[in-house]
Design a protein around this ligand. Structure first.
Ligand code: ATP
Length: 503
């Protein structure tokens, strides 16, 4: 699995999808740039989300609020006081860790240890192996398996109670259970605020401390009444937004899974108090359906319902995706009650209420939110689509089986040779298609190699212009996934491509 992940990262670089930021200065940790193909794929994911959330819902409208907001916003939202991660340093290695992530890793190591024991026994006993019986009679394995769950439960409780001493004690206990995990020379655990600070204003004494927003949601909350009034919105209604968010993550790793600068796609749905659970269930199902519509495989998704809830929520679930490093959060669906709007009322002294004409009364609406990371979506789509295939003749090909609707380039137009007027015809075809699709031209190398290159870029169609084209105005169209080639009329190309890449 590690190899698969490495492959994903190097493919993203080699084919112009993602580069490390400021690479000539050796990069900046957990910050990435989207390159010529990556920017198209990312934009297509964003558009796919926007279309399904805003265009397809009469009662959802968009917003593009600013990254910099009045600093009181973050006091009201609770981020100044509570947007923390527990941090611990190892005195020997001088490395810094997020204590909860470290514990999760150790717990997983214990589980892997248990699975290895089972695997060894399976090899030893062959057909006679019965896992249930083995586990039941092997106390060591039982201990490992049960311990993992117990550890994670204890971690959640300690974090909730902010019992940082217990978090440290857990790390120490785990190192005894799992000696290969390393040294036992840790600092105390302390809370670390994840917001990036900056300043507004030039002179030192008048400058105002600001934060880069750690989530886009607050821009929606503070604009709630502006949008509701000017858009004459009636509850239930939603406000959707995509945009950058910044978090000073302690351990940023796993490529674009956990970044310090990333993009969110969020929608806040304002509902009548008391009706939130109905909407919460609706959005859970609707969002899962959206993910499934991309065709990456049903088995790659699962819900994780939160038992322990954040202070502002009365229900919360994650949609987890099977990333190359296992199931992890891709999207969160939260029932946030009236926590945020009430807090903004309190801190701003302004009423943020809605007059419900049917009930004939004023109230602060409840909120159900859906929040998905655009970069995580990118990673999910990209990593799952990247395949190494062995063909019938024994050769291999690398193909990026992207959902066609998301592919950066929909068709590449390739003249068979660089002469006899074929490049001119190819350019003419591009002139016609480019109004509707992103198309590319390539004349370098043998046509077989050009096909492989487009496979690796995820281009669903290659259109080849040859000498027959001059005679009968037909071309060869090759399909990325099946590698099947058909002879078609140039005038049919647009409809053919449209049929495949339309949402
Ligand atoms: P995690 O537990 O993985 O840190 P979170 O629960 O803090 O995530 P939310 O605050 O619910 O995440 O943010 C909503 C979504 O934003 C997440 O589901 C994820 O897709 C995305 N996201 C959050 N933090 C990051 C990050 N550092 N890099 C990339 N995407 C992120």
């Amino acid at each position: 699995q590690e190899d698969i992940f490495k492959n994903v990262i190097s493919h993203a670089k080699e084919y112009g999808f993602i580069f490390p930021s400021s690479e000539i200065y050796d990069g900046l940790s957990a910050v990435y740039d989207y390159a010529q193909n990556g920017v198209e794929l990312k934009k297509n994911i964003r558009d796919y989300w926007w279309k399904s959330m805003v265009q397809m819902h009469e009662n959802i409208v968009g917003l593009d609020s600013s990254i910099l907001m009045h600093p009181t916003t973050w006091k009201a939202s609770g981020h100044v006081d509570a947007f923390n991660d527990p941090l611990i340093d190892n005195k020997d290695s001088k490395k810094r860790y997020r204590a909860d992530v470290l514990i999760e890793d150790y717990a997983e190591k214990l589980n892997i240890k248990a699975l290895k024991e089972i695997e060894k026994a399976r090899v030893r006993f062959g057909d006679a192996f019965d896992e249930a019986e083995f586990v039941a009679t092997n106390t060591r394995v039982i201990a490992y398996k049960d311990k993992e769950r117990a550890i994670l439960e204890r971690l959640a409780t300690s974090l909730e109670k902010e019992d940082l001493e217990d978090v440290k004690a857990l790390i120490e206990e785990l190192e005894i259970a799992c000696p290969e995990t390393g040294s036992r020379n840790w600092t105390e655990v302390r809370q670390f605020n994840l917001m990036f600070g900056t300043k507004l204003g030039a002179s030192a004494d008048t400058a105002m401390d600001l934060y880069l927003r750690p989530e886009t949601a607050q821009g929606i909350f503070v604009n709630f009444l502006n949008v509701q009034k000017t858009g004459r919105m009636k509850i239930p209604f939603g406000i959707a937004q995509t945009g950058k968010a910044f978090r000073n993550e302690i351990v940023a790793r796993q490529f674009i899974f956990r970044m310090r600068e990333f993009e969110q796609m969020e929608m806040q749905f304002f509902v009548r108090p008391g009706e939130e659970m109905k909407h919460y269930e609706f959005w859970k199902e609707t969002r899962l359906k959206w993910h499934l519509s991309l065709g990456l495989g049903k088995e790659n998704y699962r819900f994780h319902d939160h038992e322990k809830l954040a202070h502002y929520a009365n229900a919360a679930a994650d949609i987890e995706f099977n990333f190359p490093f296992g199931f992890k959060e891709l999207e969160g669906i939260h029932s946030r009650t009236d926590f945020d709007l009430k807090a903004h009322e309190k801190f701003s002294g302004k009423k943020l209420q809605y007059f419900d004409t049917e009930l004939n009364k004023n109230y602060v609406p409840y909120v159900v939110e859906t929040s998905v990371g655009l970069d995580r979506m990118f990673l999910a789509v990209f990593a799952t689509s990247l395949k190494e295939e062995t063909l019938e003749d024994g050769s291999t090909r690398t193909v990026l089986r992207l959902p066609s609707v998301l592919a950066p380039t929909k068709a590449a137009v390739l003249p068979l040779v660089k002469k006899d007027g074929l490049p001119e015809i190819a350019h003419k075809i591009i002139e016609d298609l480019k109004w509707d699709f992103s198309v590319a031209y390539d004349e370098k190398d043998a046509v077989g190699r050009r096909y492989r290159r487009q496979d690796a870029l995820g281009t669903p169609f290659c259109i080849t212009v040859d000498h027959q084209t001059i005679e009968d105005q037909t071309v060869t169209i090759r399909h990325r996934d099946t590698m099947k080639q058909d002879r078609v009329k140039i005038t049919d190309l647009n409809a053919l491509i449209q049929n495949e890449v339309a949402v």
